[in-house]
Design a protein around this ligand. Structure first.
Ligand code: RVP
Length: 479
């Protein structure tokens, strides 16, 4: 395209959404969505794979709320695998590797196991078969030098290994027991369900869970990191994100095809910003697209390289192609308020990915600091010098073995409390937007939305003006 045929690109502050006659109240709006070809989420928000944003604690908090986190890759494969496993184990409903003891075990040995492993009910197994359970009550007045077989509870209430959660709950409740061992037809111990785990699960009814009831989690990989991808899948990751600054690169695409052959979980790839890139990545077999070249709050790509596409134009260019193939789009970068999320979703994204808005939360791995009496947390670009030096430097600007060009900065963002409080505000903002647009769900938001191009004066008018703000609401903070 010649310079004389130059086109305009727009971003969040360039537009507003027109209000439309609406049959719905915000509380009725359904924000559920697709993250990728096979993954559905209750909340259209994803935490970014950055080393000051998403590790296991962030991923757990996101999944519990119905959103999802992508664990960053600025660490060894083993460290990343451990984090994935931590998320998967956080709310395991059926314990598969059950610790058990033989009936001939001395009582004092069993007591030590129960104390050190913090177990309240210990299944007793002989030749693989469940023969009893040892509870704290059994131990209370027992002779420490005796054998377990003499004091264990023999008539154990069990359930079939394929019991449904609802049935398990009923059995636990009806019999007033805390532990329910699961056995196969031959009476062999196959697992254990505890009342405590069921209660924890009920605290988070909208959590993003896999088919086993475990929290969902994604993990980032480098474009050429096939081994990492395979190991993450083995560790239980629900999807991987091929994490590059420019996924519309021939080497990345041929590597993506190889990774596609090795994995059966969903593969999301990015970042891209054009329709052509969307076509090529979809042909190569991706299950989701991550959009954004340069909009990130910590990103200097557009300044250093002179390259990028204003984010709303990028989202809609990619989404126009992706929608034809039913491939969901993640709008990644540049989101500062819930209104930006509504605009991104209206422009065609199925989810938004957040960095700076989550970096200040309790669950992020960033370092806390106090500046002028106010609490902040560190936040840095993955192309910043600090992040590159700390780990794998291949997302951004590698020129040679030890030479690199930074494409990001390091800084801090205000402390923002817990992830759940923030997600509550973000989802509330999205639903409020949907109420103005008469959208019952995100499909309708996309279809009903009419954008208006605004001027700088319109933008000035949009923000609070001609007032000295004395009290900042949690969803509008300037600093
Ligand atoms: P933001 O939410 O505006 O803070 O942007 C976060 C996004 O910025 C990330 O998800 C990623 O796409 C991009 N990023 C991360 N590091 C850098 C960089 O150093 N340039 N950019």
């Amino acid at each position: 395209q010649k310079f004389s045929e130059i086109k305009e690109g727009y971003t969040f502050d360039d537009v507003l959404l027109k209000p439309i006659k609406s049959p719905i109240e915000p509380r009725e709006a359904d924000v559920s969505t697709k993250l990728s070809r096979h993954i559905r989420l209750g909340v259209p928000i994803v935490s970014s794979p950055m080393d000051t944003v998403t590790e296991d604690q962030m991923a757990i908090a996101m999944a519990r709320y119905g959103a999802v986190g992508v664990i960053h890759r600025n660490m060894s494969t083993n460290e990343q695998i451990e984090m994935v496993k931590k998320v998967k184990k956080e709310e395991t409903l059926i314990i598969r590797n059950v610790i058990s003891v033989d009936p001939e075990t001395p009582v004092n040995v069993a007591r030590t196991i129960m104390i050190t492993k913090n177990i309240a009910g210990l299944p007793v197994v002989s030749g693989g078969k469940l023969v009893g359970i040892l509870t704290k009550r059994d131990l209370e007045f027992s002779d420490s030098s005796g054998k377990i077989r003499d004091i264990m509870t023999k008539n154990v209430i069990t359930a079939d290994e394929n019991v449904s959660i609802e049935d398990a709950k009923y059995i636990l409740y009806k019999n007033r027991i805390e532990k329910l061992p699961l056995v196969d037809k031959a009476g062999k111990l196959k697992g254990l369900i505890t009342a405590k785990d069921i209660k924890t699960r009920e605290k988070y009814p909208n959590a993003s869970r896999d088919t086993n009831g475990q929290l969902m989690v994604g993990a980032a990989i480098g474009a050429y990191d096939i081994d990492r991808a395979i190991n993450l899948e083995k560790a239980g990751a629900d999807f991987v994100v091929i994490d590059t600054a420019h996924a519309h690169n021939c080497n990345v695409i041929s590597s993506l095809k190889k990774i596609r052959k090795e994995l059966s979980i969903d593969i999301i790839a990015g970042n891209i910003a054009t329709a052509e890139a969307a076509e090529d990545l979809i042909s190569a077999g991706v299950d989701g697209l991550r959009v954004g070249i340069g909009p990130g709050s910590i990103c200097t790509t557009r300044i250093v390289a002179g390259v990028g596409v204003p984010q709303l134009t990028a989202i809609s260019s990619v989404a126009d192609v992706a929608v034809k193939h039913d491939i969901p789009v993640i709008a990644d970068g540049g989101i500062r308020y819930s209104g930006d999320m509504v605009k991104a979703l209206a422009a065609g994204a199925s989810t938004v990915m957040l960095g700076s808005l989550l970096a200040g939360t309790e669950e992020s791995p960033g370092v806390e600091m106090i500046i002028n009496g106010r609490k902040y947390k560190s936040y840095r670009g993955m192309g910043s010098i600090g992040a590159i030096k700390a780990g794998k430097s291949d997302r951004y600007g590698k020129l040679g073995n030890n030479e690199f060009i930074a494409e990001g900065v390091e800084g801090s963002v205000p402390y923002r409390g817990h992830v759940s409080e923030n997600l509550f505000q973000f989802v509330g903002g999205i639903k409020t937007g949907m109420g103005y647009i008469g959208a019952h769900n995100l499909d309708e938001l996309r279809k009903n939305s009419v954008f208006i191009r605004i001027t700088n004066n319109g933008l000035k008018e949009s923000h609070p003006h001609d007032i000295r703000i004395v009290s900042e609401p949690p969803n509008y903070q300037n600093f």
